[in-house]
Design a binder for this molecule. Sequence first.
Ligand code: ADP
Ligand code: MG
Length: 497
Amino acid sequence: MAQKAMQINSVEDVTKSVKIPILESCIELPIEEETLIELTQKAKDWAIMHGAGMRSKTNFSSDSLNFAPFILTPCSFPRKQFEKALKIQTVLNELTHSIAHDEEFLKKTLAETIKVDEFTGNLYKIYEKILSEGISQDTISVGILRSDYLAQSFEDNNIKQVEINTVASSFGGISTYMKPLQSYVLAELGAYDKLVNLPENNALFGICNAMIKAWEIYGNDEAVILFIIEDISYNICDQRFHEFEIRQMNPKIKVIRKTLTQIYNQSKLGPNKELIVGGHHISVVYFRAGYEPGHYPSQNEWDARLLIERSKAIKCPTIYYHLAGTKKVQQALSEPGMVERFIKDPATVAEVRNIFTGLYPLDDTNEGNAAYVLAMQDPERFVLKPQREGGGNNVYGLDIPDALKKMSKTERKAWILMDRILPPISKGYMIRPGGPIPPPIVDLVSELGIFGAIIGDAKSIKINYMAGHMFRTKISTANEGGVAAGLGALDSPYMVD
Ligand code: ADP
Ligand code: MG
């Protein structure tokens, strides 16, 4: 196998007239056609047979699975940057925990946003309600977080944080199977010497372990873990992996799955605020839904969320952890002195600041108005973001001026502005259900997500660890690479020096 497959090592981004570097590929490309066709089919079958699957959106059946979109051979990622991301995760876990428990900071940061953003406003109302009823100092929160990064190609591929997810951080299950899948593919190509450059990933174990620890802390062998789910779970394998892994790690633990609508219809609080759902006593609530307006079709679902929050079940996340993951909080944290509010050690502060890229408010302040002018003048440098999760909500580049023009000054407060990160390009094959055979070589960019698990209350942290990773790769020209949405694919990082 040739080491240096790529003759060209950069491509021109015509819109920004900058050279974007191409990362060295792990194997020589292209793969000869007959081999490629056979290997693609084998890899698809490997994926389905190991549960790297999803329900079809176009041809839904609860009796069958498609393979989840994947990249045939792993895309490269700079080893040093990968290690940096792993190392900083426990710091970010603790930082998020501190933010979630800082009532003054959340109040001040979200004050304007909640007036204009109805969804965040509704989350905040629940927060205010439980604050007024008194949050006990020993209320345990479980954070299963995922900090997402893109490498900034024109800054030595330094990783920059895209966002940190505090609710429904997904793909820990399927991602755990990406290294084995791509190891199989590389070995089929005779490149078994390359396998050492694929890092271990135990995200599934790491995430489930946090839920099991929370279950143990709750201390009732009869109590079950509740997953809050959407009406239809397309990403069913990822969720089921967690459910099955929990049972395997501790055969005593039952997992039940309910939508917020079902919670509204089937739940009540016991005499000591126990959460009782259809006869089950709930110890831990793990939200895989509840992060977007569509998950709350009526007031009933908001009432269900409040009921859960009021209960003594251990929440993943609590409402304040959920709020700590908003884009507005991310932007406020980047303001001078804010990281220092939560972290005292200057060297650690510097490490955290190093992963931030430019973030700007769009409120009616000097900074907000200056950011507005900048975005109108030079939109291609930016991404415009509302307070939403789940992909498909941001506005990019040349679309920004029009979007901003349509907003009143008040409406702008619901948004933040962020520097656009330009990641390096990899070449490879994206394999999608129904995709072309043989698949063409395409330009790709990858996003690294590091999972973190943290358990604690307002006074102390009991458990804090880095819980594994996920790697998602999209077509380089796509703004977003949601795997479920259709432009992204699961991958695992191939370490390059
Ligand atoms: P969501 O909460 O919807 O996942 P994100 O902030 O993660 O919102 O943005 C969605 C996607 O958009 C990211 O996964 C990434 O591919 C792309 N993206 C977001 N911010 C940036 C940025 N600053 N530069 C380049 N791409 C970005
Ligand atoms: Mg995201």
